[in-house]
Design a protein. Sequence first.
Length: 607
Amino acid sequence: MSSFLGRMKEYPYISLDRFDRENLHARAYFLSHCHKDHMKGLKGPFLKRKLHISRTVRLYCSFVTKELLLNNPKYAFWEEYIVPLELESPTQISLVDEASGEKEDIVVTLLPAGHCPGSVMFLFEGAQGNVLYTGDFRLAPGDASRIEHLHSGSRVKDIQSIYLDSTFYDPRFYQIPTRELCLNGISELIGNWINQSSYHVAWLNCKAAYGYEYLFTNLGETFNTQIHVNSLAMFKKMPEILSYITTDRRTQIHACRHPKDEEYFQGNRVPCGCTAADGTPLRIISIKPSTMWFGERTKKTNVIIKTGASSYRACFSFHSSYCEIKDFLSYLQPVNIYPSVIPIGRTLTEVTQMLRLMCRNQSDRSAFVYKPLGVLKRSRVQQPTYGSQSDDELFDGLELVPVRKKMGPNQDAKSGNVPDPAAPPPCESSPLMASDVQSAAQNYFDCTESNGEEEEEDADEEGKGEQGDKDSQTCPAQAPKWEDFFTTETLTDSQNSQSRSCCSASRASGSQTPELFSDEEEAADRAGFSLALSASSSSHSSQNVDSNVADTLILQPGGGASQESSDFEVACTPESTEPQPEELLLLYRKLASGEDVITRKGSQGSS
DNA sequence: GCGATCAGGT
DNA sequence: CACACCTGATCGC
């Protein structure tokens, strides 16, 4: 459980995920996701009064979080004070002391967190440096490298501090099977059961919390059915979820709940009390999603465990495993890391010490270090733009660009959604989204490949130039977009980062994949290819442009509803012939990622 | 009557 | 195995 008190050293005027005590005086609030333990004080009467008086205090969150929050009448008073932000859209916020008029500007960017619908991490950039607050998150190894705004040009941003979801930052939780593995296991179990007869029913014993939705959407898709749930209300504006759930009890997959549902189940009833029309007794199995973890050397990672005659536990995790966290941290190498959770049986001191090893200065490199950038999967359907020509953007215009096949909004949805059973054992993250969500999320990431096709390791984006030179403030006007529903699920190509990850898919799946890099080897490997480049912290020299929200400036170069960010558009260079210093860097990066540097070039577009 | 907190449950 | 709740008891206002 989060022990984060709500404020960060660097930016003490803002409060995140805590709304009580000192946080009552914050100049701005941030909510990373809609779980109760991150909403302490949020319905408090003090806050209510303060909002009424204040002209400037607002609550910033994703569109989905706003929707889920306002679904609960207890938080309805927030409605006029919430400023929903799009994912990946740097937004300038003025933090105003209403008494003195003193003001400090900060730029915040919401990044996908993969924890539950609407969950985000907050990247703050301001006078006290770049600070990342992860909220709760589950990202697969390699995912950080695909998040654009953690990069400046082709480099990882200089992160001063990370406020980290350290729930599983303990070697004991070394590996947790990937979402795809877990989902496959659950699908297989359910399929084997409900295919026996129409009286065979599976009950998913989920807790009362957001975060299981991708399970429902994928099972619904796989079995061409809808899952029975208690209420649809909170998803009424999210068709991509809504289409896979129902309040009609006549379905073979239930995720409904009842205060005495365990008792019900013992009495061979589903929580909703549904029975077969002809009186035939149902054959019910219960499947309880719960976290399972495995040690470093554990090869066999069974994701389904039978716990009774018709009861099962199925692996499911909202949080990153130890090695997923390590991968994340070792990629970003912040100066400081602050744990927001102390794992059970640990002390703050222990966790802090372990985290210190992941801090930049502990990697015996005092300079900020270049690291290979993973593929920024963007398949936005639009013509490529040729980026800033500034000389210091080393990778401008290179042909590293393989923004893979662009597809229509729906074209990929089905194919990407259901894992191919014939494909090799899946590895890291997987496309576990509902098709509509998936296509929405495509605005940000390519989510086609899910099953191990080789992919580029290289950065394929160009640097962000001057940020604030466009004044296209957007009013997130029209229908809310739900692309921040599990956007991380679309980061499908983490296979290509396995060799750099501290835990490989072969461990997770017990499969035959041979490579097993130890952390030490990996560190050495990377260090060997490190080029000392200075990190230019992006200067958000944005002018004060009107925005729909006072003191809030949405920094969106592309402007408009499409959230286009031409800063990151990949230059689709037809022929790139001149051997440039940049190409050398490209080569280094390919080498660092273990790619075949000789044969790659011609095959870029084919993945 | 309300909210906050804790214990105990899934 | 933990998580993110929920319920119920107790306390203070």
